[in-house]
Design a protein around this ligand. Structure first.
Ligand code: FPP
Length: 248
């Protein structure tokens, strides 16, 4: 029985988020520059997206560029931006063919002009697709997002659009860039690092975390299946006790 066949399709995570890590180390281990790693990381993006859509996952979020990544050397930032434009340009057709919608979260206006334009075009061109939503986190960080939400809420209170009593967890969530996206049930990080690195801090309150030593450019469909199987063998209690979950 293959790994894929072992997956219970009735118990799939609705939303999988991935911290794609290890491109640089993957390249350096082969004596190549870091950009080579990012280029090969695109293959993993393609494979993972395909595997998730084939299985019937509804949302897949990929951490492609963090707010902190702006501190990398200029040549690496430029290369990542170029790669983003090229990839989006090349893959929009495939996304449409496979009925996949593209969305993005983050400080998108801070992206290089060309990348931003290309991204917006792809989001528009795929907006009617409804098989799976692929969310790219670009120039994203959780703390940036939370501070931004707080500022907007304060402005709305000041202009009497909402009152303090209206604010609860649901309302707060609606001010985050992920307002139209359900919380991830499974968060995967590659490359053997056990960190969340400012990614979806609010949204992963009850997510199952899965860490794999695989470097991102080596991540293949089978690795996604393994993570999902691991998820399916866990008991999610949401603060309750085992017996309560079994009765539900
Ligand atoms: C982390 O590896 C990876 C990134 C910061 C960028 C991820 C980008 C891609 C996979 C390519 C473009 C993506 C899309 C969606 C078009 P790292 O550089 O931090 O690796 P290291 O930890 O080994 O240095």
């Amino acid at each position: 029985m293959s790994l894929k066949d072992k997956i219970d399709l009735k118990k799939l995570p609705n939303h999988i988020a991935i911290i794609m890590d290890g491109n640089g180390r993957w390249a350096e281990r082969q004596g190549k520059n870091r950009i080579f790693g990012h280029k090969n990381g695109v293959k993993s993006v393609r494979e993972t997206t395909e595997a998730a859509a084939e299985l019937g996952i509804n949302f897949l979020t990929l951490y492609a560029f963090s707010t902190e990544n702006w501190n990398r050397p200029k040549f690496e930032i430029d290369a990542l931006m170029r790669l983003l434009v090229q990839t989006i340009d090349k893959e929009t057709k495939t996304l449409n063919k496979n009925n996949i919608r593209l969305q993005a979260i983050g400080d998108l206006k801070s992206l290089h002009k060309n990348s931003y334009k290309q991204l917006m075009k792809a989001i528009k061109d795929t907006e009617k697709n409804d098989r799976m939503t692929l969310v790219l986190a670009l120039s994203y960080s959780s703390r940036w997002e939370i501070v931004k939400a707080v500022k907007t809420i304060i402005e709305q209170i000041k202009s009497n659009k909402i009152s303090i009593d209206d604010i609860d967890q649901k309302v707060f969530s609606s001010f985050l860039t992920t307002s139209s996206i359900p919380d991830p049930e499974l968060l995967i990080r590659t490359s053997g690092e056990y960190r969340i690195s400012n990614f979806l801090l609010w949204q992963i309150a009850y997510s199952e975390l899965y860490f794999t030593p695989k470097l991102w450019p080596d991540f293949r469909k089978e690795d996604l299946y393994e993570a999902i199987l691991n998820f399916q063998n866990r008991e999610r209690r949401f603060g309750m006790i085992s017996e309560q979950i079994k009765k539900a």
